[in-house]
Structure formats: structure tokens, C-alpha cells
Design a protein around this ligand. Sequence first.
Ligand code: FES
Length: 118
Amino acid sequence: MSDVGEDSKIASSQWVALCSATDVPDIGGLRIELEGREAIAVFRSGDEYFVTDDQCTHGNASLCDGDVIEGEIECPFHRGMFDLRTGQPTGSPCTVPLRTYPAELRDGLIYADISQEK
Ligand code: FES
């Protein structure tokens, strides 16, 4: 018996290969330009990879230019912070959550479902 809700979720998913895991820098993130949408960013913290929107929700900063600190990204403009897993702001002056996307490492490539945020 299939779960219709789960089937429609799978049908509407849009997993795309974004980059090689080795392309993700140790400091900051890798900015990915995708046609028809805002740029997204790939970050690594330890052995985990995270995909979020690249633009800070506080201003026009590329979060890829920030620092990853134990699962959080620090914005290069005003040092606001976000949890990379949830997108929740964790440091002032940021108050609006950052969009995050399901991400997976498969065969050395980073994939993300850009059809939905987590
Ligand atoms: Fe990111 Fe202000 S633009 S904290």
C-alpha cells in the first residue's frame, strides 16, 4: 500500500547534483548559480554538508564569504549567524530564518533537493 502524500512528495522533488564534495572549501562555502533562481550555497562542517540560500536574510551579503563555525555560518557583513541545519538565526542582528534544503553526499557529489526547503 502506498502513501499518496509520500508519493507526491517524491514526484515533486528536484534533486540536482551541485558540485563535487572536494569543491567545497574548508573556509566559507561554495556559491552555486542556478538558472531562474537565487544563488545557493554549499557548506561543510565536519563530515556534514549543508545547502542553503547564499544571500543573508539581513542584507545583501554572500554567506559563502563568511565563516563556518561548528555547524553555523557567520555572515561576513555584520557577523549575524545561522544554524546550517535548520536555517534559524542564532546570532544578532539576524532575525529571519535562512532557507535550507535537503542535501546528500552520493558517490563524491553533493546533491540537494532544491524544490523544497527543509
Ligand atoms: Fe548578514 Fe547583516 S547582512 S548580518
